[in-house]
Design a protein around this ligand. Structure first.
Ligand SMILES: C[S@@+](CC[C@H](N)C(=O)[O-])C[C@H]1O[C@@H](n2cnc3c(N)ncnc32)[C@H](O)[C@@H]1O
Length: 206
């Protein structure tokens, strides 16, 4: 691993831990992470690897079909495409802070999904979406902003938190911490999924 890649992973871990504890610290990390992921976009699919979503795909089998699904920190769109394939009637929105990620995801969109999948450049800490407008919100290797996630998720909706390499993922939030934050916001029905190194937690909003 190159020095710059190792530093990038440390930055992602530091930002995740800080922002989960205090979301206001996001303004310190925002520009740095945006630049980092913009640079990584052309190589991202090779970095993340093909097994990253194995637990996420299992978890998707257990949630009700959404009318609209939102994939936060979508990167090159892998989780958004998985949702669109699993739920053929769903509208899917993939959001990312890094313009190069959004461009890469849009360019990869298969023609058969193009009518119901959209990629937007936006910040998951301040989403341009109405309250309760999504029945499913997913985060794959992404820093959670719990207040905003709760705001856009419809009552009864499902939130999925997926990590490609479990605790070894640079952007990782321990399941205990996720459960604590989510329980405090009225989420319940937690379920854990594991496939190889990949993990996924599902929670439902009351
Ligand atoms: C580790 S990558 C994961 C990409 C993709 N979900 C995957 O698993 O392949 C994290 C992504 O989240 C994006 N990101 C980080 N913070 C964000 C925020 N506040 N709002 C939107 N996207 C964000 C980054 O630009 C990056 O593309």
């Amino acid at each position: 691993m190159t020095v710059s890649r190792a530093l990038g992973r440390r930055l992602a871990r530091l930002a995740t831990n800080a922002v989960v504890r205090n979301p206001r610290l996001w303004r310190i990390f925002r520009a740095l992470l945006r630049r980092q992921f913009d640079r990584l976009a052309p190589r991202w699919d090779g970095i993340i690897g093909p097994a990253a979503l194995d637990a996420f795909r299992q978890a998707l089998e257990t949630v009700p079909p959404p009318r609209r699904a939102l994939d936060l920190g979508t990167g090159t769109g892998a989780a958004a495409f998985a949702i669109a394939e699993r739920f053929p009637a769903a509208e899917v929105i993939g959001v990312d802070l890094a313009p190069a990620m959004v461009e890469a995801a849009a360019a990869k969109t298969p023609a058969e999904l193009a009518g119901r999948i959209t990629f937007l450049e936006a910040d998951a800490s301040a989403l341009p979406l109405p309250d309760g407008s999504c029945e499913l919100v997913s985060l794959a290797n992404m820093i959670p902003f719990f207040a905003e996630l709760e705001r856009v998720l419809a009552p009864g909706g499902a939130a999925l938190f997926s990590f490609a390499h479990g605790p070894a993922t640079p952007i990782f939030v321990p399941p205990k911490r996720l459960r604590m934050e989510l329980s405090a916001r009225g989420f319940s029905q937690f379920a854990d999924f594991t496939a190889g190194a990949a993990t996924c937690l599902v929670a439902r909003k009351r």
